[in-house]
Design a protein around this ligand. Structure first.
Ligand SMILES: *Cc1c(COP(=O)(O)O)cnc(C)c1O
Length: 368
């Protein structure tokens, strides 16, 4: 969370100014975020779900249009679009990264496709070069849901500076938090201006209403928390990196279990510590390990299970939402398990968690 004293100081400032929303703290937060993303423009919003809607509208995507999204992501990616009538069309995952498989993206492009939205799942950056090339060749806007990826890099450049725009989330459980919040970051000044209008009921800088907007504004208390949280981002990244290493060591050599890595040579926030359990090799299904951890008061999460196309309203209309098979997204959804990490989790806790996983897997692994 960052320093509580710094937070209350900022909140007191907002109360003294009687400036409660979309004010100086939001502006300051936006400037800092633009720096983190290495871009010229940032538009803070009340949450990333609404941020994705604003970004899609700013990119000219309308109700009835189709947009290609990954099947393996948190359901908010698809729900944000579906809620405003945009049709999410699910794309299969690249086995290793969990992200959009570029060749599948290309195969899904049809006459009603109006955009592509990648998600940097667990902070692993999408195949930006390949996706940018596909989007350019087909004249489609490329957007990124960067809810997991603040602070991460792709070929040394910060995630946040790719495509038409990227959207960060600052939900309480995310790597940087503002209680609830999000931000659209972009290199394109005009795109940012459209987002600012759409964020505030469609009101332009000169005061007219040019387009049907929404209320996506961030409030000052959220910005105060966001600024305070951002101050400890690097520190938290170091802690999470150490945690990741300790989990790797702790689970090394365990048959059928793999700690998901990050892109080679890139900066990663390790917001999520995710293991994959291959039931046939390990002799035990992920759900049983999840239950065994739960029985010992260890909270693990089946992120992301089920795959998006397997939940309503998408499941009932596969012709519309899943025109091609999604075997790798489905397989990943059966294997992944997010384990505790972050600054509240120390080495001895990690050792205990690894021990529980080790014990329940070794007891079941088929002899070789
Ligand atoms: C958390 C999350 C969102 C939604 O963010 P909110 O700020 O909670 O609206 C969107 N996409 C992904 C991948 C997420 O993990």
């Amino acid at each position: 969370m960052g320093s509580r004293a710094r937070l209350t100081e900022r909140l007191d400032g907002a109360l003294d100014r009687l400036y409660l929303t979309n004010g100086p703290l939001v502006r300051e937060f936006e400037e800092k975020l633009a720096e983190v993303a290495g871009v010229g423009h940032c538009v803070a919003v009340c949450n990333a779900t609404v941020g994705l809607q604003v970004a899609a509208r700013a990119a000219g995507i309308r109700g009835g249009d189709e947009i290609i999204v990954p099947a393996f992501t948190w359901v908010a990616t698809a729900a944000a679009l579906d809620w405003i009538g945009i049709v999410p069309v699910f794309c299969d995952a690249d086995e290793r990264t969990g992200n959009l498989d570029p060749s599948e993206v290309e195969a899904l492009i049809g006459p009603r496709t109006r955009g592509i939205m990648g998600v940097h799942v667990f902070g692993y950056p999408c195949a930006m070069d390949e996706l940018t090339d596909i989007a350019d060749r087909h004249g489609l806007p490329l957007l990124f849901d960067a809810a997991h990826a603040i602070g991460c890099t792709y070929k040394g450049r910060p995630v946040g500076g790719f495509g038409a725009a990227e959207v960060y989330s600052f939900h309480a459980t995310k790597f940087v938090n503002s209680f609830e919040g999000g931000a659209i970051v972009t290199r394109d000044a005009e795109f940012a201006e459209r987002c600012r209008e759409l964020r505030n009921f469609g009101i332009t800088a000169s005061g007219e209403i040019r387009s049907g907007g929404t209320n996506a504004k961030m409030n000052e208390a959220a910005a105060a928390m966001g600024l305070t949280s951002l101050e400890v981002m690097d520190e938290l990244m170091d802690i999470n990196t150490l945690n990741h290493r300790r989990y790797e060591k702790g689970l090394e050599g365990l048959t059928g279990v793999r700690v998901r890595g990050q892109a080679e040579g890139e900066r990663a926030n390790h917001q999520y510590l995710v293991i994959e359990i291959d039931a046939s090799a390990a002799g035990i299904h992920r759900d049983e390990v999840h239950a065994a951890l739960g029985a010992q008061n260890v909270l693990s999460r089946r992120y992301f299970h089920p795959s998006c196309h397997q939940v309503e309203p998408y499941r009932s209309d596969p012709a519309r939402h899943a025109p091609r098979p999604l075997p790798r997204a489905e397989a990943l959804a059966e294997r992944v398990l997010a384990l505790p990490t972050g600054s509240a989790v120390g080495p001895s806790e990690i050792d205990k968690v690894c021990d529980i996983v080790r014990r329940c897997v070794s007891a079941r692994t088929p002899a070789r």
